[in-house]
Write a protein that binds this ligand. Structure first.
Ligand code: UGA
Length: 437
């Protein structure tokens, strides 16, 4: 099929490349000329494992091209909207200006029978409003909402082999037609018996925010338990293992630590709360404010633990920060707890040196006041305390005996509860985890 993908960020660039890899004829469109130039040259503007490979092979096949001109969407039968919906400045609500602008700019290029497919995460009610805009234009196209569940770091796999598909479609024949078009787009996932839910717009929009709200709640739940573990001497990792064996609970997303970040979970729970308030049902999801508060508290907790562990005033200390990206396998530092901890410590006067396998470039753009190093050895050298805040394999593999010889004081704050506490203590370290004796 001929597809267009409007917005070539983390979501759109992967979607465009994966759809072309699956055999479709795809044009990826973005207003950011630099991004388009990089993609057209076969170099993704961000780190995503597996993306360079499918980008290169799809472009070599001739099925994938990139453009800054929305007119190039003309002729495609299905148009995916994958632009960002960041948090609005000065508010918790989502900024829909990019989604609105994408749909407006697409309208003149739509033909009767075309399907516009929203993939961006939006407040419930957006799809119905946009369907009205498309209908009023008289172009004869229709709208479906098809939320995306990909995780950064696994985006290629999650797009090519999703764990479920959700189509929000209008009622009646138009909805059947839209579902049939999407089934053709996702023919390979259909052949693999991927679970499919065909539903209305509101449900499709809510599925996405509810899923992210649930994941965020799970993480804040275990972090709240880890606060109790801290004061009671319990072990949060063993607790998570034990409750995780209950299939109804499950072990995934129960890792206590510095908390969640990234471009999705934090802003999605805030936008959900703001939308519920607009709908007069703020109290229904007011617990998400607590989820957010618990999450933000973890960053303070790691900073406070560091200050307490230091044997000298913070403004005279060198603190080595291991991790900047919001999670491993990503260079994304949007709302990253790791970068936040580094910035807070710097703000308190510490001489912060931070390292990360992929996150340095993006961090430097936002926070040039920090010192960055690509070398773990240089980062650790003469440190008065070490703070691990992103659980990259490179950090988990550090030999504590080797590291102890580099630092001035062997204190490690394991903000991801990821190190072998016994091995670090045996090497002479003061090891401090979160809710972990
Ligand atoms: C998240 C969802 O997992 C995806 O399903 C969704 O499609 C995506 O948002 C989105 O809305 O686009 P992502 O932001 O890539 O994906 O990251 P996650 O893997 O969910 O991790 C989020 C944060 O939670 C990270 O900072 C991670 O370190 C943290 N986390 C995760 C924990 O602190 N503890 C855990 O046990 C798990």
């Amino acid at each position: 099929m001929k597809l267009s993908v409007i917005g070539c960020g983390y979501l759109g660039a992967v979607h465009a490349s994966a759809m072309a890899e699956l055999g479709h004829d795809v044009v990826g469109i973005d207003i950011d000329a630099r991004k388009i130039d990089q993609l057209a040259a076969g170099t993704p503007p961000f780190y995503e494992p597996g993306l360079p490979e499918i980008l290169t092979s799809a472009m070599a096949s001739g099925r994938l091209r990139f453009s800054t001109d929305i007119a190039d969407a003309a002729g495609a039968q299905v148009h995916f909207i994958g632009v960002g919906t960041p948090q609005k400045a000065g508010s918790h609500a989502a900024d829909l200006s990019y989604v609105d602008a994408a749909v407006q700019s697409l309208l003149p290029h739509l033909a009767a029978g075309d399907l516009v497919v929203g993939k961006s995460t939006v407040p419930v009610g957006t799809a119905a409003r946009l369907a009205g805009v498309i209908e009023a234009s008289g172009c004869g196209a229709s709208l479906a909402w098809n939320p995306e569940f990909l995780r950064e770091g696994f985006a290629v796999k999650d797009t090519i082999s999703p764990d479920r598909l959700v189509y929000g479609v209008p009622a009646g024949a138009a909805g059947e037609h839209a579902a049939a078009q999407l089934n053709e787009v996702y023919a390979s996932a259909m052949a693999a018996q991927t679970p499919l839910i065909v539903t209305d717009y509101a449900t499709a929009e809510l599925v996405k925010v509810a899923a992210n709200a649930f994941l965020a709640t799970k993480i804040s739940f275990i972090n709240a338990m880890s606060e109790i573990a801290d004061v009671s001497g319990a072990n949060i990792t063993e607790l998570a293992d034990a409750i995780g064996f209950d299939n109804r609970i499950g072990r995934r997303f129960l890792n206590a630590g510095v908390g969640f970040g990234g471009g999705c979970l934090p802003k999605d729970i805030r936008a959900f709360t703001a939308r519920a308030e607009e709908l007069g049902r703020g109290e229904s999801v007011s617990f998400l404010k607590e989820v957010d508060a618990i999450n933000m508290r973890q960053r303070q907790r790691v900073v406070a633990m560091t200050l307490q562990a230091l044997d000298k005033p913070v403004y005279t200390a060198k603190v080595a920060v291991l991790g900047l990206s919001f999670k491993p396998h990503s260079d994304d530092v949007r709302d990253s707890p790791a970068l936040d901890v580094a910035v807070q410590l710097r703000g308190l006067g510490a001489d912060v040196m931070a390292t990360d396998p992929q996150g340095i470039e993006n961090s430097r753009l936002r926070h040039p006041q920090l010192t960055y190093s690509t070398s773990i050895e240089e980062t650790l050298r003469a440190a008065d305390a070490v703070v691990l805040v992103t659980e990259w394999a490179e950090f988990k593999q550090i030999d504590p005996v080797w590291a102890a010889a580099l630092v001035r004081v062997p204190i490690i704050i394991d903000g991801r509860n990821t190190l072998d506490a016994a091995a670090w203590r045996a090497a002479g370290w003061i090891y401090l985890g979160l809710g972990r004796p």
